[in-house]
Structures are given as C-alpha cells and as structure tokens.
Design a protein around this ligand. Structure first.
Ligand code: 5GP
Ligand code: ZN
Length: 131
C-alpha cells in the first residue's frame, strides 16, 4: 500500500484530517485551478497535465477518498457528479463525438490523489484498452 493510498484510507476512516488533500485545497481556494463548472457540492476543473485536448477533473466538494469509499448516503451526490460530467462535456463541445469518464482507484488503479475524481477526457480519438 503506497503512502498516498494509505493516507486516503485513513482520511476516509476519519483517522486523519483532510487538510493536506490537494483537491480539498482547490475546493477551499487555497490552490488555484482553472474551473469548468461549479455547484455548491461539485467542482470541475482542468487537469494540470492534460492527456487530451479536453481533460477535466470532476470532484465532490466533500472529501471522499475514492470511488471505493463512496457510502450509501453519497449516492445522490455521485449521481449529480455524473450529471455535471454530461454538462461539462456539452459545454466544452465534445459530447457528440464521445468521450471517456474514468476514475482510478488505489495502487493498481494508479490513483495518485486520494480524493474521488472522475477524469473527463476527450477531443480526440481515444484508445482502448488502457495499459
Ligand atoms: P489520478 O492519478 O489520481 O487518477 O489523477 C490525478 C490527476 O490530478 C492527474 O491527472 C494530475 O495531473 C492531476 N493533478 C494533480 N495535482 C493537480 C493540481 O494541483 N491541479 C490540477 N488542476 N490537477 C492536478
Ligand atoms: Zn480531499
């Protein structure tokens, strides 16, 4: 278990606070980001290292460590996160050609930031399967 994943797990379990989570800092405005969409509970911002012409991250403002840490009470929030992804894809003009919405989980999933996020990637032909 790597350090980031362990920290996310501890945060999810409430063992440590989330003050060192970079995405919580983006939500709090302590770190800057280029926003694509925002509601009171969801934030979408452009990835700092885009892998395609469009690469936006969608996060709940509430700290959830990963998709594997979603609780039953988060179900409506996660649904609205998906609806936000649809809106961002429409707003950025990639909906009609299609796009990818993915979330990495844990070490084997190559998750590097332990705050639930969906990558919205598009604007070019994507390949499958991923590595
Ligand atoms: P993961 O590897 O956890 O699936 O995705 C984390 C993503 O967050 C990566 O694509 C990475 O480029 C992006 N990222 C990491 N730090 C920052 C940051 O400070 N600002 C923004 N906008 N993106 C970040
Ligand atoms: Zn967080």
């Amino acid at each position: 278990m790597n350090v980031l994943w362990r920290r996310g797990k501890l945060q999810a379990e409430g063992v440590v606070n989330v003050s060192d989570c970079i995405f919580c800092k983006i939500v709090a405005g302590e770190l800057s980001s280029k926003k694509a969409y925002e509601t009171d509970e969801v934030l979408a911002f452009h990835d700092i290292r885009p892998q395609a012409p469009v690469h936006v991250l969608l996060i709940p403002k509430k700290h959830i460590a990963s998709a594997h840490h979603i609780q039953p009470e988060d179900a409506a929030l996660v649904g609205r996160l998906h609806l936000a992804a649809q809106k961002v894809a429409e707003d950025l003009g990639i909906a009609s050609d299609g796009y990818r919405l993915v979330t990495n989980i844990g070490v084997h999933g190559q998750q590097t930031v332990p705050h639930l996020h969906y990558h919205l990637i598009g604007g070019r032909q994507l390949q499958w399967p991923p590595g």
